[in-house]
Design a protein around this ligand. Sequence first.
Ligand SMILES: Nc1ncnc2c1ncn2[C@@H]1O[C@H](COP(=O)(O)OP(=O)(O)OP(=O)(O)O)[C@@H](O)[C@H]1O
Length: 920
Amino acid sequence: MEYQIGQRWVSHADAQLGLGVVVEIEPRRVTVNFPAVGEERTYAIDGAPLTRLRFQEGDHISTVNGVELVVGRVEEHQGLLLYTGLDHHDNELTVSELELDAYVQLTTPQQRLLNGHFDKNEDFALRVATFEHIDRQQRSPVAGLMGSRTSLLPHQVYIANEVGQRFAPRVLLADEVGLGKTIEAGMIMHQQLLSGRASRVLVLVPDTLLHQWLVEMLRRFNLHFALFDAERLAELPVDNPFEAEQLVLCSTSLFHAQPDFREQVLAAPWDLVVVDEAHHLAWSEDAPSDDYQLVEALAERSAGLLLLTATPEQVGQASHFARLRLLDPSRFHDLETFASEEQQYRRWSDMASQIEAGDIPDDLPAGLDRDAAPEQLIAQILDRHGTGRVLFRNTRAAVSGFPRRILHRHPLPFPEEYRYSSTDLESRLHPERPYHDDSWLGFDPRVNWLEQTLKQLRPAKVLVICASATTAVALEHHLHLRAGIRSAAFYEGLSIIERDRAAAYFADEVNGAQTLVCSEIGSEGRNFQFAHHLILFDLPLNPDLLEQRIGRLDRIGQQQDVEIHVPYLEGGAQQTLLDWYARGLDAFNESCSAGHMIYQRFRERLEQQLNAPDEHLEELLNDTAEFTLDTRRELREGRDRLLERNSCKPEQAEALIASIREHENTDVLQNYLEALCEAFGVDTEFHSEQALILRPSEHMLTGHFPYLREEGTTVTFDRDKGLAREDMAFLTWEHPMLVEAMDMVHSTELGNAAIGTIKLKGVAPGTMMLECLYTVNCVAPKELQVERFLPLSPTRLLVDARGKDLAHLVPHERLNSLVERVKKPVALAIIKQVQKEVDAKMLLATRQAEARLEEVLKEAEATMRTQLGAERERLAALKAVNPSIRQEELDHLDYRIEECAVHIRHASLQLQALRLILTT
Ligand SMILES: Nc1ncnc2c1ncn2[C@@H]1O[C@H](COP(=O)(O)OP(=O)(O)OP(=O)(O)O)[C@@H](O)[C@H]1O
């Protein structure tokens, strides 16, 4: 190789030196100055680790004076290269290589290959695999649904898919207690965050559930929420702490006494606001609660809103309606209309059943096509006339697989002492309340019964719930100090940490408490399904509260029948209430979504009986039972049936689950992870079937590998193992470890230039081939999700001497198995000889790839228009009959279609990897 002063060379032994300039040539030695690092090095001319830098047409170059050019032409003049091209202002300029900036980044595959920066063939294969996997993920119909550490339950997967894919979802998740609304909300958030539809999320929950939410989001979805309380907010040295984090979890009570926090949370931008136990958002025309008003203000500002409650009507139908109005004010504008629409549900439900039975009714609603397929007709009826898009409610009857509830009644003698203290309804229901000390513990027979029952049930864990904190504390003291029963109390007077400590003590299998005594606050949201004995020390007057209490144990994960023990004082108000719940409402057998409504209807008569039972009690119980039966039937056949149809379509759910399982194909994932670890210098060790231990090694490629702990991380690829073993990370294609590591391959040059030799029968030795991998590069805002229609679409070409593509004859995997490594000096010698040929072939390859790109882009735009167009058509049709479709949604779709089209058309080709293959 001829050197000449002023030429620019790079060291392929040390890429960090930047671009060198030849400053001195002696007979056998050449001296190169590297301005970027201020060093001069002298090399023997034979074997110098240097490669001449030649930019190509289309490359971006910059000069020491800060001029940037896109190269249009390269000429040689007296041994130096002259680059001619256009600058930012489209002025044509010519610069000599002498003027080039020394801080070059040789990152494109072609530059690296031709400058002798080769990667291992394994890294090349890893790079190709990475693009294929990313592409597959982007095309996947279950993207966003795979990464959660949860059992794949059809009703949850269905809702997560249905809601998670929406732009700015606004829904009420109202599954019956314990069916997994928190999990559904987590899945929806996971999908929205992963797809870029949302990036800032605020979750509001009662104090008692803060920690549980924090933990569930982290361990099940890898979502790291920042828990905000008054202390943390005071510590954050920023104007608005709510803007300092993307995912914020806090309690609604945080805003009660602090107008500043309220202003700050409203000033911060949110994509999605989630409110758990949303029945607390009480509303009435003249006195909406503070919490309601806060959420109302947030709902106006945030595009997405998820409200969660198992008992939507717990504080009345008006409040339920007001919450629906938060979700969609144009659809739910008038309580009366809403109530009369509810009367129609039966009609639509019957019609759906009729169609299902093969009989198309004559009075189909306007706009429906009699000749459409039955399932399509049913879907349209549900979509257009139910509350389908806004409200989701799965019932345990529909989900099935729940244990039985068994009621044990324990009558106890009514103590004389209480005869005089029970003066009003409150003290009749809770006769211990009027006592200002603990003296009632001495004569109330429920106390001794409780002590004996707990001893009999030992070692089974037992949850005890009573209405008030004072009663709970007194009982717990008694059990703990006098009866020697390991117990803890859970009530509103405790700090959040103390409450969580108490719950953790109860949950501890080995050294934990046998019993947890909760006041009513413990009856909401918490997960205590590891216990199956529930003692209701008293009964609440609101049926929804009773349902919440039973729901602590009767929830997903409960393995045994739920034993409900109710001690009561004979002849007292609690006996009447127990009869009313058991015989009237049948509340201990099955949950009843109309409990509150039924209670309202019979309230007066019930209260009379609670105050002074008489011969009309039997009549009340019978009337309630009859009314409950009718209501249940009506709901089952009307509203609940409609909601059920809409809340889970079993075939679709099963198809989604099958697809998730297919994508979880664990061997592919495991092999890929092992290749990644090999490339990044992470040690892997077999742990057990489908589980590996990953450890940082001393030869890490970069200082950091995502989600790898210093002491090592154990991972499993198997969902069941992931569920059983909390200590292992459950790895899916959506786990942040994988996502970030794939991104590290994607966004760096790792594996983008390689060289190898193969023996191929029938091909003359010395024949050169280029294996090129192109992807589509589409720069677009994440929320448009252009990759759904235009994924990376990796295109592989294997061009031979004449530019012919042999990719289909020699697939990538086969080439990998045949290719042999070339020693670096030999590789450099080869490169020096084939520079021109490589350039020429690359032109041919790029031309072919560009022709394919055109096809890909056309197809992508067509797919996008078909898919989004169909969505738009459906929404427009819905809007005509169902005002629950917001105009905003339609406008957004129109905008999205046009924006996607523009970005798709501007997509370009990107060479991602290049391998030079020589036959031997
Ligand atoms: N798919 C799942 N895989 C594993 N565990 C689950 C799944 N779904 C729910 N669970 C568990 O079941 C319990 C109930 O779930 P969750 O707390 O989400 O129910 P919920 O409907 O919000 O309950 P509530 O009505 O009491 O607020 C929790 O312990 C949760 O971790």
